[in-house]
Write a protein of this length. Structure first.
Length: 326
């Protein structure tokens, strides 16, 4: 009887240790482990070393055909299984030329008008308001905002340095003048919390392994602390150390959802909608698309060009023949 992997905790612990050594994010670890578990369960809990390219191809094809998942979801599952075989089992998978690919859709992003932005932010206050205003005012992604460190806000140069964004790239975004004072207050609050933690023998913040080795004791310095810290310290699931992490992103997501309902906005706006609105409003103001591409951190200009489809020069800027006739 072939070995069952589902009941071997050491197998998944081996995968977790590998994630730690490669310095993968916690989110990536959870997503990959989820797909690996699904793959094993789909094959009657047989250990992956007894499976191969045919089983992987059938699993991914099933996601596209029966599961009807999106192309990005199927690609994530593929990446997880490639990681399993190449980094854990040290086995190369054959080229899957019969793999049925999920259809990649190209959707126009939801964008709020400036009036809708004012109404949305008008229904928010405190830290959620500041974070939402930052998303719209800088074009940052949700996790880039919650992971913002104090040292990366440059008040003298009026810019914010976004570190380790999507694709492991750094970039600079404008610091909105309207947010200078609120950000000063947020940093002061973080400073007081940090001082309180240090007095209790805590005060350390998470740093990537390479930075922690390069900058000794940097994890105790104020500059490395999060601008939006969590309400209380928590235990790091990997190291076991007690640290004050950044605020949970779900808090801002709920706040935006509630504010949208209170403002009577019918569009399905989320935190990412604020980033879409930032890009679209810059293009409407006459900024060139290359500048917007740099601010958003897009690798390919074609990704940025999707915002040209929601400008007033598109369908909304055309006079309908019906209006001419009547």
């Amino acid at each position: 009887m072939r070995e069952a992997a589902e009941f071997q905790p050491e197998f998944f612990e081996q995968i977790r240790r590998r994630f730690c050594r490669l310095n993968y994010s916690r989110r990536t670890e959870q997503a990959y482990l989820g797909w690996i578990r699904r793959f094993i369960i789909a094959h009657d809990r047989v250990h992956p070393r007894h499976l191969g390219g045919d089983e992987v191809e059938a699993f991914l094809t099933g996601l596209a055909s029966s599961g009807q998942v999106s192309a990005s979801t199927q690609n994530q599952a593929l990446a997880a299984l490639l990681f399993l075989y190449r980094d854990i089992l040290r086995a190369d998978l054959p080229w899957m030329d019969k793999l049925v690919r999920a259809k990649r859709s190209r959707r126009i992003p939801v964008v709020l008008s400036t009036d809708e932005i004012r109404r949305l932010l008008g229904m928010m206050d405190g830290q959620p308001w500041l974070m939402a205003a930052l998303l719209y005012g800088t074009g940052m992604r949700l996790m880039e905002c919650v992971r913002l460190r104090i040292k990366d806000i440059d008040f003298d140069r009026n810019e914010i340095l976004v570190r380790d964004g999507k694709g492991a790239k750094d970039r600079r975004v404008p610091l909105p003048q309207k947010l200078r004072e609120p950000l000063h207050l947020a940093i002061e609050r973080a400073r007081l919390l940090h001082g309180h933690d240090v007095a209790r023998g805590l005060g350390r913040v998470w740093l990537p392994a390479a930075l922690a080795r390069k900058y000794l004791n940097a994890e105790l310095e104020l500059g490395w602390q999060y601008v939006f810290p969590a309400a209380r310290p928590s235990r790091d699931p990997n190291s076991g150390m007690i640290r004050r992490h950044h605020v949970d992103e779900a808090i801002l997501q709920r706040a935006v959802k509630n504010a949208r309902a209170k403002a009577g906005i019918l569009k399905p706006a989320t935190c990412h909608t604020l980033r879409h609105s930032f890009a679209t409003h810059l293009l409407e103001a006459g900024h060139d698309i290359r500048t917007v591409q740099e601010l958003l951190g897009h690798k390919d200009l074609s990704t940025t060009q999707i915002y040209t489809h929601v400008l007033g020069r598109g369908a909304g800027g055309i006079l309908s023949p019906l209006d001419r006739a009547l």
